[in-house]
Each structure stands twice: as C-alpha cells, then as structure tokens.
Design a protein around this ligand. Structure first.
Ligand code: FAD
Ligand code: HEM
Length: 416
C-alpha cells in the first residue's frame, strides 16, 4: 500500500487529488507530481545523456554562464540536474523540501547566481526532458514541469533575496594555523573576514585558490568560539583535489572562500535526551563540536561518543576526546579500532540506545551501516541524524521516510 503523501498543487495550495482526502485514507500524489514522475521514470535509463544534453543546451544558448561552472565538468556535474529532478519528484514532500531548497538557494549566492539566471536553466531542463522523454512528453507534461520548476526556483530565489539582507554571498577566511596530525590529516584553523554564524555540528562549503570553482564540504571541529576562529579536520584522500591541497599545500596566510553553513546535525537544547555520537575518521570533528556545545549549555545529559578508525594511530584526536571525558562526568568516550570490529556493530554491542538521540558522522558506508544497526537496535529513525540524505533516503517516493532523514534528503553531497 502507498504511504500517505501530502497533496500540494504546483501553485502551492494544499489540495486533494482524487478521492483520498478523507481521514485515514492515503492522499494521492498531486496531478503534477504524477506527470513529473512519469517523465522521470522514462529518462532514468538515459540520465547521463540527459545531463550532457542539459549542459550543452545551457552553455550553447547562454555562453556567459559557462564561466560560473568548474573548468572540468567531471563526475559532479550531474548534481545540479539530479537535485532538480529529485526536488521535482519530491515536490509533494513540503515543508521539508522547502527547507532544502531555501538552503540551496542561499548556497547558490556564492556561485554568483542571480534570479535572472533561473529561466535559462529551466529552458535547458525542459529542452533536455522533451528530447529524451519521447513517449510521455506532451503539452500536459510540459505544463506540469514548467509549474514545478517555477515553484522550485521561486523558493530558491526568495531565500537568496532574503539572505542577501543579512549575510554575505561568501566569506574569505585566512589560514592562521595548519597542524599536520598524521601524514594525511591536518587540523586547519581559519579566521573569517566577517563573523561567521553557525551551529555546532554543521559544515561549510569551501573553495581553495588552487582549484577555482571547486567546492567541497567540511565540518566544523569546534562549537562557535569567542575569538571567531573556525577549525576543520581534513583528510587527504587518494587523488582528491581539494583535500590534498588543504593538507599538503595550504599554509598560514593562504586565503580560502567559504559558503554559508549548512546541515541539521545540531543539538536541540530544549530537550534533555541523552546523545549517542558515532564518529569515524574525520567524522569525529563535528562530534567534538557537539560535545563542546552540550558543555557550553550546561546540559547534564549523558553523551556517549564512539570514535572509530582503522588503528590506534589513526585515532588522531583521541587525546582531545579523552581530555574532554576527564573534564565532563556526563561524557563517555569509546575508541574503536578495526581490530575490535566495525564501528556501528561495536556501538550496538554496548547496549540499548533506544532512548538517545543519535548522531552519525564519517564515511558514507559507515553512516549507512550505522543507520541500519541503530534502527535494528530500536532507535526510532527520526532520532538518527546524519548528513547523507539522498544517499540514504529511499529512492521510491512511496516508501515511508523519517522526518530526520528527509530533513536532509535531496542534497547531492559528495561522500566523505
Ligand atoms: C556533509 C559533509 C561533511 C564533510 N566533512 C568533512 C570533514 O570534516 N573532513 C574531511 O576530510 N572530509 C569531509 N567531507 C568530505 C569532503 O567534502 C570531500 O569529499 C573530500 O575531502 C574529498 O574531496 P577532494 O576534492 O579531495 O576529492 P575529489 O577530487 O572529490 O575525489 C577524488 C577521488 O577520491 C575519491 N574519494 C572521495 N572521497 C574519498 C574518501 N573519503 N576515501 C577514498 N576516496 C575518496 C573520489 O571518489 C574520487 O575518485 C565531508 C563531506 C560531507 C558530505
Ligand atoms: C531550481 C534550480 C536549481 C537547482 C535545483 C540547482 C541545484 C544545484 C545543486 C544541488 C548543486 C550542487 C552544489 C550545491 O549543493 O550547491 C548546484 C551547483 C551549481 N549550480 Fe545550481 N541549481 C539551480 C539553478 C542554478 C542556476 C540558475 C544557476 C546559474 C546559472 C546555477 C549554478 C550552479 C553552479 C555554478 C553550481 C556549481 C557547479 C559545480 O560545483 O559543479 N544553478 N546546483
């Protein structure tokens, strides 16, 4: 049976499509959503070709837009189109989708995107869909896509305009210290040129001077500090452009660009639920920030941190975590190396966590296993927070989803 979905027409009015608006009876997807999904199903097998054609149309018709994008349109090039398609597919899932699109709209300010650019992207989208969805494309489908795109882009445009009133499009941040903790992990401390407001547990997007227009995500390793400095833990991944530049090339005095903060792996200080935090590799960075945040708020809620890495040597921040454990009686730190088994399974061996709010941060595989293990151990899914949304959200829109998961669902994030 279909899971209930809220019906919302493209003009934003709540409505009931079909007979499904009686209490207890699942509400059908909106008429536009049905048409949009039909197109998506048809293009799914040729998504790569649709992406190439979309960008070809966009840049041939609007050559001035090309320089906003990275020189090498590599594997990440499908993020814009994927997000558009995901958003169109999930249009009925407001208000969670709205929050995502608002965030995306604000984040687009750093690319130099203006409201006047949106029609060009919309036309390229419609052009690419019309070419590849040959069976299902007709005037009705086109009208549904135009309404859908208009709704999506208006949310992004409005959020960017609102953000313009109080925040810069990006921040410049000078490297003030660079500490190589292992041969491939550096702790980089930055001084932003203007106050940078964020919450513990969030991440930023970052561009280095060596790879213009290539943006990557990095979590803040501390709660906001009185001196306004920001710290990141970066691991150089094999052949990774930005991470290698940050670990092996960046030095004090270098200036990076930061986009706005994002991410909902934050602590609700109105609650007194205990926390279960699982950090793998540099995933310990936002977990450390969460611990500092709890300490600063004077909360006496129990916090258990499981910190996993391949070997003892790779637990590069264990001294800091053990120092925090000594200071705060409510904090327990459990180091886990591969010898002791995989991190998520180790967490579940320790006991029942069903009363805790869970935070997972680290490589995608670890987070995925962690979500499965915790759900299996009885932790309600809406209490499990992480920053890999699309990757972990069910692809089938009719599958049940949690608020927590959907809260980050459509983001097309690179893996950690
Ligand atoms: C929400 C979020 C927060 C993040 N926070 C952090 C953080 O605090 N610290 C941090 O170091 N990273 C973090 N990451 C990962 C980071 O954004 C980059 O993906 C990572 O630094 C690689 O970027 P790159 O440009 O160096 O590599 P790319 O040029 O993007 O990738 C080069 C090659 O390396 C592969 N690759 C990518 N990641 C890995 C990996 N982890 N292991 C092995 N191969 C890989 C790619 O598939 C590709 O083949 C975070 C990611 C997300 C989504
Ligand atoms: C509804 C419309 C749009 C959606 C859903 C969308 C979505 C996305 C997404 C998900 C990304 C990946 C990085 C990120 O999360 O910021 C992205 C990147 C980008 N978008 Fe958009 N976008 C839209 C419109 C536009 C417009 C109108 C422009 C301006 C021409 C634009 C320019 C860019 C650029 C330059 C990038 C970076 C490319 C890269 O890193 O490869 N986008 N977009």
């Amino acid at each position: 049976m279909d899971a209930p979905t809220t019906t919302r027409s493209a003009d934003g009015q709540d409505s009931s499509a079909g007979d499904g608006n009686e209490p207890g009876i699942p509400v059908e997807a909106s008429a536009d959503a049905v048409l949009v999904r039909r197109t998506l199903a048809e293009i799914a097998p040729v998504a790569d070709r649709v992406t190439s054609y979309f960008y070809a149309l966009l840049f041939i018709r609007n050559p001035e837009l090309r320089e906003m994008f990275p020189v090498a349109m590599d594997t990440q090039r499908d993020r814009l189109l994927k997000a558009l398609l995901t958003a169109a597919e999930h249009l009925d899932d407001t208000p969670v989708l709205t929050a995502y699109l608002e965030n995306l709209g604000r984040g687009h300010r750093k690319y130099g995107t203006h409201s006047t650019h949106y029609p060009a992207v919309g036309e390229a989208l419609i052009g690419a869909l019309a070419r590849y969805a040959t069976t299902s494309w007709d005037a009705e489908a086109e009208a549904a896509w135009v309404r859908t795109y208009t709704t999506i882009s208006q949310i992004m445009i409005d959020a960017a305009a609102e953000d313009e009133r109080s925040a810069p499009a990006w921040w410049q941040a000078e490297v003030v210290s660079h500490d190589l903790r292992t041969p491939d992990i550096a702790v980089v401390t930055l001084r932003p040129d203007q106050p940078y407001p964020f919450l513990a547990g969030q991440y930023t997007t970052l561009e280095t001077p060596w790879w213009p227009r290539i943006w990557r995500h990095y979590s803040f390793a501390s709660a906001p500090r009185p001196d306004g400095l920001l710290s990141l833990h970066v691991k150089a991944v094999p052949a990774g452009w930005v991470s290698n530049a940050l670990v092996h090339r960046a030095r004090p005095g270098d200036v990076l660009r930061l986009g706005p903060p994002a991410g909902s792996m934050t602590v609700d200080h109105a609650a007194d639920t205990g926390l279960l935090c699982v950090g793998g590799g540099t995933g310990i960075a936002p977990i450390k920030a969460l611990v500092e945040d709890v300490a600063e708020h004077g909360d006496r809620r129990p916090v258990d941190v499981f910190y996993g890495a391949r070997s003892d040597h790779d637990l590069y921040d264990i001294d800091t975590m053990l120092r925090l454990q000594k200071t705060f009686p409510w904090l327990s730190v459990h180091p886990v190396t591969e010898e002791q088994g995989r991190l998520p399974e180790a967490v579940c061996r320790y006991g029942s966590w069903s009363e805790r709010d869970a935070y997972l941060s680290g490589p995608l595989g670890m987070v995925r296993r962690g979500v499965d293990a915790l759900r299996g151990a009885g932790v309600p899914v809406e209490r499990i927070r992480h920053d890999f949304l699309t990757e972990l959200a069910p692809a089938d829109p009719d599958q049940p989803r949690s608020g927590a998961c959907m809260a980050r669902t459509p983001s097309m994030l690179p893996s950690r």
